[in-house]
Design a protein around this ligand. Structure first.
Ligand SMILES: Cc1ncc(COP(=O)(O)O)c(C=O)c1O
Length: 378
């Protein structure tokens, strides 16, 4: 059987990883400034993470959501405490798209309404409702097309109020910081204005923190840079450090009923063990603080290297927007300097390293970046 060929692949086969480093099958060593697409939060193969998952597997890896699973409660308690959202309720699922799908469904159940407002350049996943509100016609199949999706210009509060005024909007969904769209930060007060408007027109505010959450922005959630309390918060990526797990944080006023949401694999023992290990390490190693410190350091240094690009970001979620394509530069960084970076569109390099990256590793990247920039210009 052949694989369904949907991914353009680099000809690199990683076989080992530790902290911010990877090794390929030819013994080449890489520095990871991409974190496997913002997924690696506590670093590759952290000993506490390996130990927690291995021990759990030797005891019980999975049973269904029809029995008690104290690991789910432990996870919810630890997450509530570390995230500063102890009063929310947690629904566990398996991926980012699924988290958004469930959040959208919840908003619709709670309000009895059908429409969802989202924003241009936003990305919310590839399941039915999530893809319909994602601003990319190429990945919306005819079956996903719906009049229920209203995609508005980013940061446009007037357009949002106009849409909400009609009274049929169940939720407004927005990324804490747009990731795939190119590291776009909501302008000052936009989130708090959205919160006021959603309250006024009886809709819910969903913060998609799938990429920007879990310490990536230098706060546990990116919305915590503003003074808002969303109704629903969606999480995935950094939550399991590579183990598939996602979740929805649900404000206390929303009451569940049996069967309202459900999943076979969501919140299974192994996934919970992975997610608990992530929170343990984030707390012990103060990784949210490290994200802010190393992120600020990187952004300051990057701003001083060249005026060929604009630096945007918060914490370890950094975008470098050039005026021309960056394909060559990115390839040079990977193949000549052994550094993985991310991309957005043709012109933007995205840096999403593990949250435990050190200043020394940041310096190694900066030195290579300077040289690579010079070499592509020659
Ligand atoms: C902001 C955001 N939301 C949702 C998703 C979808 O997550 P997943 O690929 O786990 O379904 C992504 C993935 O990149 C994302 O960046």
């Amino acid at each position: 059987m052949k694989l369904f060929d949907v991914y353009p692949l680099f000809d690199i086969t990683p076989v080992k990883a530790k902290g911010c480093r990877l090794w390929d099958s030819n013994g080449n060593k890489y520095l990871d400034l991409y974190g496997g697409h913002a997924v690696i939060s506590i670093g590759h193969s952290h000993p506490h993470y390996v130990e927690k998952i291995s021990t759990q597997l030797s005891q019980i890896g999975f049973y269904s959501n029809s029995v008690q699973n104290p690991l789910q409660t432990e996870l919810a308690e630890k997450l509530g405490k570390l995230s500063g959202c102890p009063d929310y309720q947690l629904f566990l699922c398996n991926s980012g798209a699924e988290a958004n799908e469930n959040a959208i469904k919840l908003a619709s159940f709670v309000t009895g309404k059908k429409k969802i407002v989202s924003y241009k350049k936003g990305f919310h996943g590839r399941t039915s409702a999530a893809v319909a509100i994602t601003d990319n016609p190429k990945i919306i199949a005819p079956v996903n097309e719906t009049d229920n999706a209203i995609i508005l210009p980013f940061n446009d509060i007037q357009a949002t109020e106009k849409a909400l005024k009609k009274g049929d909007v169940a939720a407004v969904i927005i990324e804490g910081i747009q990731g795939i769209g190119g590291i776009n930060i909501p302008k000052k007060n936009f989130l708090s204005e959205l919160k006021s408007l959603t309250e006024k027109y009886e809709a819910l505010l969903i913060l998609d923190e799938i990429q920007s959450g879990y310490g990536r922005s230098g706060e546990f959630f990116a919305f915590q840079h503003s003074n808002v309390k969303p109704d629903l918060i969606t999480i995935a990526k950094g939550m399991g450090n590579g183990f598939p797990i996602g979740g929805v944080l649900i404000k206390p006023q929303i009451e569940p009923w049996y069967g309202m949401l459900g999943t076979t694999f969501g919140g299974n023992h192994l996934a919970c063990a992975a997610a608990i290990a992530v929170l343990d390490v984030m707390q012990d190693e103060k990784l949210v603080k490290n994200s802010k410190t190393v992120g600020n350091y990187l952004m300051e240094k990057l701003s001083g290297i060249s005026d060929k690009y604009e630096v945007r970001g918060r914490g370890l979620m950094i975008g470098l927007e050039f005026t021309s394509p960056i394909k060559l530069l990115r390839q040079k960084l990977l193949f000549d300097f052994g550094i993985f970076t991310g991309v957005s569109g043709q012109n933007i390099i995205r840096l999403l390293p593990p949250l435990n990256i050190t200043i020394q590793e940041a310096d190694q990247f900066l030195t290579a970046f300077k040289k690579a920039l010079k070499e592509v210009a020659e």
